[in-house]
Write a protein that binds this ligand. Sequence first.
Ligand code: ATP
Ligand code: MG
Length: 413
Amino acid sequence: MNEILKVIKGTKDILPQDVHMWHFVEKTAEEVFSRYGFEEIRTPIIEMTELFSRGVGDTTDIVNKEMYTFEKNKRSITLRPENTAGVVRSFIENGMYRQSMPVKLWYKGPMFRYERPQAGRQRQFHQVGVEVFGVSQPTVDAEVILVAINFLKSLGLTDLEVELNSLGCPKCRENFKNELKKVIQPYLNELCEDCNTRFEKNPLRLLDCKVEDCKKIYQKKEIQKVITSDFLCDDCKNHYEELKMYLDKMNVKYAENKLLVRGLDYYNRTVFEIKSKDLGSQNAVCGGGRYDNLVEQLGGSPTPAIGFAMGMERLISLLEERQPNLLDAYIVSKFKTDAFILAEELRGEGLSVDFEMGDRKFVKQLEKASKIAKYALILGEDEMAKNQISIKNLETGKQVTVNRADCVKMLEL
Ligand code: ATP
Ligand code: MG
């Protein structure tokens, strides 16, 4: 087929027959997040490239391999691969730190990453997420995990697993990194190229490697001993313990996973993922964590923060098929002008209405009505003569004839 008639690899149309699922997820997000005091923020899809190299981290796959970057008027611009950096930029630029803390924001929208497309992995995909600024206490870590779980539950998803870890602070993590490097060093020539780079630039991310041979090496006793060691300083340990206490009190089940380090550079202390047992290998629906140093790193005043992002395509693939919304009424008539006038009148009353514009026969019009509407409004010769309308309930088949003036009242019942 002609190239211009194909969507670009890794992107998808969301067609009218599927868009109601998206509306459902978006509406649920708004409802659940507002219940927790979050407000929506919408930031641009393009940002300065440097925002991401500094904000997401230039040792990450996202920044190194996956960004859509272009130059315009000698400036390097990037299609956002994620939205935390953009929200932090906006937080600083708009002086939101002057508001009383916490500032609780949520967002939804398209993100762009040049990855190998496969089931559950696209190049343009959508995320919905939250960010909370200004609170370092673990209460907010627990609340952010709870809002994620309750959002997923409100969508009808239950077969979920929460994985939890603490990465400590830059101070206590430094020891851990050094110990890790010491035990991994002897295996460097057996590890993949990426791991060799990570070893130099960001050793924690070694644990994130998906290559089987590397994973096997990290199972070795002396390496496991370091991985499972308790390296957290007292403050970080207390923070983590308190978070777990809240989760226990709220009956949130979680599994601690020392290998959970997350792909982005900016995390500290709490990191978590929520996985669905129903998804294949791309089974993470939600990833999040604390990023207490990012606001300062990007030029704002020191502000603790935490957030998560969820992949909307993956969420939607888990949902039961839902019925699309039907129109309230479809007008079946050969008297086009009258049908048009009636449609406008009913639309003015807030009802969703369509009418036959073509020259199809009565039966065909009724067939169309039964596919897309709850009621057929029949305006035939008899009805026209008596200024009446026949209303057919397309679910039950029951039909009544009423005076035209009573039509709205009948439909609202
Ligand atoms: P993964 O390990 O699956 O690549 P990630 O760690 O890169 O995930 P995050 O950057 O934390 O993911 O994004 C949060 C969520 O966004 C993921 O859990 C996933 O549901 C979704 N997501 C990330 N990348 C893609 C993609 N290319 N296509 C579809 N969904 C994605
Ligand atoms: Mg990824």
